[in-house]
Ligand binder design. Structure first.
Ligand SMILES: [Mg+2]
Length: 195
């Protein structure tokens, strides 16, 4: 049995800049949206001021390539590599209602890890809390995901973004901060009882 913890990294908002891609798909200005963003407001759709249906129609019209070609954040590589030093890293990501988001996300992972064979450590699905176990650490930018995961018995760290309650820490130091927090959580883990 491996004695390293499992670190489950969310994609959109943690490693992948979905928000930028979505704003551009809707024909809006990224700079303008961030300027008028109310800190703590989760939903980019509300910032854009359009309807939910119109938003997803525009995103989905870009097809699988939209998901495959989203930009990584400047810290994504350091965060992934840093977490890999502490434990086994898995992508844990929620697809949209469009099945093409699943294949697009897998392509993104394959490109990020440099090959098809490298990208085997992933799970796709909305109920992230089902992965909650004492030795599973979730890093996610979505408050309900983090709260449900912790309530279900896992360890969860909210990744600071302008759209969540840690918006004051959404700065250039957030990757270092996350790695420190992951390390701290690992130090406090109980003795391992199972895989
Ligand atoms: Mg996310």
């Amino acid at each position: 049995m491996n004695d390293r913890p499992n670190i489950l990294l969310d994609m959109d908002g943690v490693l992948v800049d979905f928000v930028e891609g979505a704003i551009l798909a809707c024909g809006a200005s990224v700079e303008e949206c961030y300027r008028k963003w109310t800190p703590g407001l989760y939903d980019v759709v509300k910032v854009l001021g359009i309807g939910e249906e119109e938003f997803w129609r525009k995103v989905e019209s870009k097809g699988e390539d939209f998901w495959a070609h989203l930009r990584q954040y400047p810290w994504s590589r350091s965060l992934y590599d840093g977490c890999s030093e502490f434990g086994e890293v898995f992508f844990l990501t929620k697809p949209t209602l469009d099945p093409k988001s699943c294949s697009g996300k897998v392509r993104w992972m394959q490109a990020f890890l440099g090959g098809r064979l490298a990208a085997r450590n992933y799970l796709l699905g909305p109920p992230k809390y089902l992965c909650a176990k004492p030795w599973n650490i979730l890093v996610d930018d979505c408050e309900p995901n983090v709260d449900l995961f912790a309530a279900a018995g896992g360890k969860a760290i909210l990744f600071p973004q302008v759209w969540n309650r840690r918006h004051a820490q959404a700065n250039s130091l957030r990757c270092e901060r996350m790695l420190c927090e992951v390390e701290e959580v690992i130090r406090g883990l109980p003795a391992r009882l199972g895989p």
